[in-house]
Design a protein around this ligand. Structure first.
Ligand code: MN
Ligand code: FE
Length: 328
């Protein structure tokens, strides 16, 4: 059974799952289930009152992007991914992922409601801030093609659009932008601040590392099943989508850190973004583009989800290793 296409009545049985990685990721995702109110923010509120305006701006700026972004991912999954997959084990996993994105949205809302913040300003930031709007429009443009009447997943152009959309929302948004935000938010815990919020971010990060794993499996499997997509031109285009995502994040980071905070500024975060983008390029079997070192090596040791984060952050997974892993 090919991965993409029109689902038929035969595609409703998970008993003999062909794509075992999807089934395994579902079980892993279920085991990772958590709830926002398991986190108490009392100590974090005390930390908050001692933080500088620049520090508060950084945390709230990222949350005002993340909160709606979680629901954008769900829109993309519901309208641009789920309808074009045949494998029921993929539908199984996506059902859990969609609950997780909803849970993340509620989790950020919980923090945004608990910290003394200008709520109206916070919830409107993604509509009014050009650097956030640009990121949303980037993802939106690829989803739009998936929802047009003439869209046909069985044509070469349709399958290319399916992959472009996957690269935009999964590799760029979930795999690069989200990781950059996690790093900034977790940097406070490195300074003994916002530790409970940090635990929550760890849980979100643990979920996102599976979302990313699922997306990479999807992309690699689709490329494997559709050799007509494997052209140098299309590889260049995928690389271009990723580097455009990095450029958008660089602009966003100037608004995130107009002046920098203790131990962190836009250049530092931009270098991390480029480092992570190179890892994603490698995971897709494309060579690194930026060739920079990881400025935030503490990221892998700062999380208690070491083995999951490690899968993407610390290993130099090349195409062969990854291609082998995704067949299992
Ligand atoms: Mn999420
Ligand atoms: Fe996600």
């Amino acid at each position: 059974m090919p991965l993409i296409g029109k689902a038929s009545p035969e595609d409703l049985n998970i008993h003999s799952s062909q794509y075992q990685w999807a089934r395994k990721l579902y079980d892993q995702a279920i085991a990772n289930t958590w709830y926002p109110h398991e986190i108490t923010l009392k100590e974090d509120l005390e930390d908050w009152s001692r933080m500088t305006d620049e520090e508060k701006h950084a945390v709230s700026f990222i949350m005002s992007f993340f909160n709606p972004a979680e629901l954008i991912v769900n829109r993309v999954l519901a309208l641009g991914v789920y309808p074009y997959l045949k494998a029921p084990e993929c539908h199984l996993y996506l059902a859990k992922q969609m609950w997780e994105e909803a849970n993340h949205c509620v989790a950020f809302e919980y923090v945004m409601e608990t910290f003394p913040l200008d709520q109206a300003k916070l919830y409107h930031a993604h509509i009014e801030t050009p650097s956030m709007q640009a990121k949303e429009e980037f993802v939106g443009q690829y989803l739009k093609r998936m929802t047009e009447d003439r869209y046909d997943v069985s044509s070469v152009e349709g399958r290319k659009d399916f992959v472009r959309n996957l690269v935009a929302y999964n590799i760029v948004m979930e795999g690069i932008w989200f990781y950059s935000g996690f790093m900034v938010m977790l940097s406070f815990r490195q300074r003994n601040l916002l530790r409970n919020f940090g635990s929550m971010i760890n849980w979100v990060l643990r979920d996102e590392s599976l979302h990313l794993k699922f997306g990479i499996h999807l992309i690699l499997s689709i490329l494997e099943e559709n050799p007509d997509l494997l052209t140098a031109e299309f590889a260049d285009e995928i690389r271009g989508i990723i580097t455009r995502g990095v450029d958008l994040e660089t602009t966003f980071n100037s608004d995130l850190f107009p002046n920098g905070i203790l131990g962190l500024n836009a250049d530092y975060v931009n270098q991390y973004v480029r480092y992570v983008a190179d890892r994603r390029l490698e995971e897709l079997g494309l060579g690194p583009y930026y060739n920079v070192t990881n400025p935030a090596k503490w990221m892998s040791s700062a999380t208690d989800v070491y083995e999951l984060v490690n899968f993407f952050e610390s290993q130099n997974t090349n195409y062969e290793v990854n291609a082998r892993a995704h067949k299992k």
